[in-house]
Design a protein around this ligand. Structure first.
Ligand code: ADP
Ligand code: MG
Length: 455
C-alpha cells in the first residue's frame, strides 16, 4: 500500500476496504488515488470527476465503515480533482463533495463495533431459486434471534455467491431493528489472528468476553479455523457459550459442515440448526443482479449488454459484478456508450475463460510452474523429488478439473499412465478438503489460469 506511505495508521483500514470491495475494484479505483488525512477529514485526490463520482456512489459507505471500525471515527470525505497540468488556483471548483456536508457529520455510534459493512443489505440482495433457502433462513434469523430451530445458521457455497453479503445483511437488519444489539462480524482468519494476538498480549479475557457476550455472532469463512487445534477449541467454546445462552450464531464456509471434518461433537452442533447451500445463479438471476448493480450506480447501460455479460459469466457473482464495473469504468473514462462490441473487447479475458471450458494444459503447466518455480519440462520428466512431484500432481489435478480431457489423455500430457493421474487427483483433493490455506492457494492458481488469455 505505497499510496499510504505517509499514513501507516490507515493501512489496516484500507486493507479491509480492499478485502471488502475486492482487489480488482480496489486496484482500479482506489490505488491510483492520493490521500491526505488529518483530524477526521480524508481528502481523496483523483484524476477526474468521473472517478470521484464513482468512489462517492459506490465505495463511500465502505470507506466510512472501515474508518469507524478501525479508528473509531466518523470520517468526512472530500474529493479533489488533481489535474496537475491545470494549476488549481482555488480548490472551490475542483473540490466537490455532493453528499458530503461541509460540517463534520455527526454519526450516532453504537459503542459496540459490529464491524458491519452497511452496503450489504437484504434489500440489495437478489433472491433467486439458487439462494432462496439461505436468504429466507437469513431473514428468519434476523427476525427471531437465537430461536432453537434456526441456531446455528450455516451458509455454505463456492466463492463469490453471496455468503458474506448475507452475513452482513443479517447484522445490518438486526441493528436496524434494535440499534443497541450486540452484533459482531468476524472472518475465520480474523478470529485466528485475534485469538493468537490475544494470547501474546495477555488480552485473552477481553477477546473471550468480546466473542461470548453477543446477541449475534456472524463468523465468515469458518474453514480458516481448521487446522489449528487451539483455535478450533477456542471456537468450540465460544460456540457453546453462545449456543447455551441462546444467542444467535451464523456461520459461513466454503464447504459443508461434514467436509470441514471437525470433531464429531462440534460437527453435530453445526448441523443442529439450519444448513443452507447457495448454488450458482441461473441466467435470469445473473441478469437481475446486473440490473440491480446498474441501477445502484446509475449508469446508462442497455439490457442487451447486461444479458451479454450474464451469458458469459456463470460461476461467480463477484466476477459478474467486477465485469460490469470494469466495463462501466472503461466507458466512463473513454466517454463511450456501452455496447456488446465494447463489452466483448473489454471483457475478452473473463468471458473467454468462462465460455471456453477446455483450458489448455500448457497454460495450467505454465501457471503452476510459475507459482512453484519449476520448469515446463519438469512436468513430463521422471524426476521424483517432492519439489517437482507435488506441483506436478497439482497440475494433473487441475487438468482433471479444468479441462474435458479423459484420464488417459491427461496421463499422456504428463508422460504418465492414467492411474498416476487418479492418484494425484485424489491426493490434491484430500489436501484441499483438509487444509483451507491450501484450498485458498489452489483457488488463486485457478483464477490465474482463468485470467490468462488462452485464445
Ligand atoms: P462470498 O462471500 O460467497 O464469496 P460475497 O458475499 O462476497 O460472496 O459476494 C460477492 C459479490 O457478489 C458481493 O459484492 C455481493 O454483493 C454480490 N452478490 C452475491 N450474490 C448476490 C445477490 N444474490 N444479489 C446481489 N448481489 C450479490
Ligand atoms: Mg465471503
Amino acid at each position: 500500500m505505497d499510496h499510504l506511505e505517509k499514513y501507516p495508521q490507515l493501512v489496516p483500514v484500507f486493507q479491509d476496504i480492499e478485502n471488502i470491495i475486492s482487489k480488482d475494484v480496489y486496484d482500479m479505483w482506489l490505488r491510483p488515488a492520493q490521500f491526505e488525512f488529518s483530524g477526521t477529514t480524508l481528502v481523496i485526490s483523483l484524476p477526474n470527476q468521473y472517478w470521484g463520482n464513482t468512489i462517492r456512489e459506490r465505495y463511500e459507505n465502505t470507506i466510512k465503515d472501515a474508518f469507524l471500525k478501525h479508528l473509531g471515527i466518523a470520517v468526512e470525505l472530500v474529493y479533489q480533482i488533481s489535474q496537475t497540468e491545470v494549476p488549481t488556483v482555488t480548490s472551490a471548483q475542483d473540490v466537490f463533495s455532493a453528499n458530503v456536508s461541509q460540517q463534520p457529520s455527526i454519526v450516532k455510534v453504537n459503542p459496540f463495533a459490529s464491524r458491519l459493512n452497511s452496503s450489504y443489505t437484504f434489500e440489495n440482495f437478489i433472491e433467486s431459486p439458487s439462494n432462496r433457502f439461505a436468504y429466507k433462513a437469513a431473514r428468519a434469523v434476523s427476525q427471531k434471534l437465537g430461536a432453537r430451530e434456526n441456531n446455528p445458521l450455516v451458509i455454505y457455497s463456492s466463492p463469490g455467491l453471496g455468503k458474506t453479503h448475507l452475513l452482513h445483511a443479517i447484522g445490518n437488519q438486526i441493528l436496524k431493528d434494535n440499534p443497541s444489539a450486540k452484533v459482531l462480524y468476524m472472518s475465520g482468519e480474523e478470529f485466528v489472528s485475534e485469538y493468537i494476538e490475544s494470547l501474546q498480549n495477555k488480552g485473552h479475557d477481553s477477546f473471550r468476553k468480546k466473542c461470548r457476550t453477543l446477541d449475534c455472532f456472524l463468523m465468515d469463512d469458518i474453514q480458516f479455523v481448521s487446522g489449528k487445534e487451539a483455535c478450533l477449541e477456542e471456537f468450540f467454546q465460544t460456540f457453546n457459550a453462545l449456543f447455551e445462552s441462546k444467542k444467535q450464531i451464523v456461520l459461513s464456509s466454503d464447504r459443508t459442515p461434514q467436509q470441514l471434518e471437525w470433531n464429531p461433537r462440534l460437527s453435530s452442533r453445526l448441523l443442529s440448526g439450519i444448513t443452507a447451500e447457495i448454488k450458482r445463479p441461473n441466467l435470469e438471476t445473473r441478469i437481475a443482479i446486473l440490473r440491480q448493480k446498474r441501477d445502484s450506480i446509475n449508469f446508462d447501460i442497455g439490457d442487451d449488454v447486461l444479458a451479454f455479460i450474464a451469458e458469459g459469466i456463470h460461476t461467480n457473482v463477484r466476477e459478474l459484478e467486477g465485469s460490469l464495473f470494469r466495463l462501466v469504468a472503461y466507458c466512463g473514462i473513454h466517454g463511450v456508450t456501452p455496447s456488446i462490441a465494447i463489452a466483448r473487447e473489454v471483457l475478452a479475458d473473463i468471458l473467454v475463460s468462462n465460455n471456453d471450458l477446455s483450458v489448455n494444459v500448457n497454460v495450467i503447466k505454465k501457471i503452476v510452474g510459475k507459482h512453484f518455480n519449476i520448469k515446463m519440462e519438469d512436468f513430463n520428466s521422471k524426476r521424483k523429488t517432492q519439489s517437482v512431484a507435488w506441483p506436478r500432481q497439482i497440475a494433473m489435478f487441475l487438468t482433471t478439473d479444468l479441462t474435458d480431457l479423459s484420464l488417459p489423455e491427461i496421463g499422456r500430457e504428463f508422460n504418465r499412465d492414467h492411474s498416476t493421474v487418479v492418484h494425484a487427483r485424489d491426493m490434491v483433493k484430500e489436501k484441499i478438503a483438509t487444509d483451507p490455506f491450501f484450498a485458498a492457494e489452489i483457488n488463486q492458481i485457478i483464477l490465474d489460469i482463468k485470467s490468462v488469455d488462452n485464445k
